[in-house]
Design a protein around this ligand. Structure first.
Ligand code: SF4
Length: 290
């Protein structure tokens, strides 16, 4: 079994407790325009360019001209010699495939770094897009006694099957209005809501995160809907957090050849985040900063 990964490395905080080896799995079924890891969206990987190194010699099919990549030519190119043979800094594929045995070996060798309650985290992209190999990796890591965490958008219909192999479950909740959820993410809210409810009812450690984006989910009506839903699912096993919008992904959208459509209206004032946080705490929700 193999997993397609677009980024891997250690991180402390935000990706689960303690120091963690984090695997970003390729592929996501959502299309959120504020995504900080857009290269992780297409299942087949994204072709990323660096204009400083983008030279014609990288492409035998003539797709590089005048320092730019003609992606229409790339769309019909199955074997991609630019990344399989020529390998320059100017063009790279976002992801690589790894055998599970290779990853398990890396996890075993990394044990000494899993301090402060750390372990491994599978994030994305969306973990559910590579469901079977992700499940198997989690199962084998647990068997080794390694602490496991996933970060998920909550859409996979069989997500619950992963719960027995996950110590810490981080789920996004981007909108509580069905129409707005579909409009901004491209997928319906139903499955997300159902999975969040199921997780909060059965899993021992759930952390719900709201990426707070100006004009997307930061209105008073949004706040009322979020808090009403969160009160329904709250429990000692559930914590909540707001993540303020940032632009860290902007350059990567360009490197993938896509337009970044967010603008300054997406920035949420710190006072607004703080007010919403306060209202969540006043509503009896367990707020946890990561
Ligand atoms: S994907 Fe194919 S057409 Fe596009 S740059 Fe690479 S080799 Fe050229």
């Amino acid at each position: 079994m193999k997993l397609k990964i677009f980024q891997r490395g250690f991180n402390y905080s935000q990706d689960g407790s303690g120091n963690r080896l984090v695997y970003h799995l390729q592929g996501c079924n959502m299309r959120c325009p504020w995504c900080a890891n857009p290269e992780g969206m297409p299942m087949e990987g994204a072709l990323m360019t660096d204009p400083d190194w983008l030279v014609e010699a990288l492409c035998p099919r003539g797709a590089v001209r005048g320092g730019a990549l003609d992606r229409e030519i790339c769309a019909d190119c199955a074997d991609m010699p630019c990344v399989t043979e020529r390998r320059g800094k100017g063009i790279r594929l976002s992801c690589e495939e790894f055998e599970l045995d290779e990853l398990i070996g890396e996890i075993e060798r990394s044990r000494m770094f899993f301090y402060d309650g750390g372990g491994i985290t599978l994030t994305g992209g969306e973990v559910g897009m590579q469901f079977e190999p992700a499940k198997e990796l989690l199962r084998r890591a647990r068997e080794l006694g390694v602490h496991t965490c996933i970060e998920t958008n909550g859409t996979h219909p069989r997500l619950e099957e992963l719960f027995p192999y996950v110590d810490e479950l981080i789920m996004d909740c981007k909108q509580c209005d069905p129409e707005a959820h579909r409009r901004w993410t491209g997928v319906p809210l139903n499955a997300v809501r159902r999975n969040i409810c199921r997780a909060c009812a059965t899993h021992p450690m759930v952390h719900i995160r709201v990426p707070l984006i100006g004009g997307v989910n930061d209105s008073q009506e949004d706040e009322v809907r979020f808090i009403a839903f969160f009160r329904e699912i709250a429990g000692d096993n559930v914590s909540f957090e707001l993540l303020r919008y940032h632009e860290f992904g902007r350059d990567k959208w360009g490197q993938c050849g896509w337009a970044y459509k967010m603008d300054e209206r997406a920035r949420v004032a710190p006072e607004r985040v703080e007010a919403m946080r306060k209202h969540m705490i006043e509503a009896g929700l367990r707020y946890r900063r990561t």
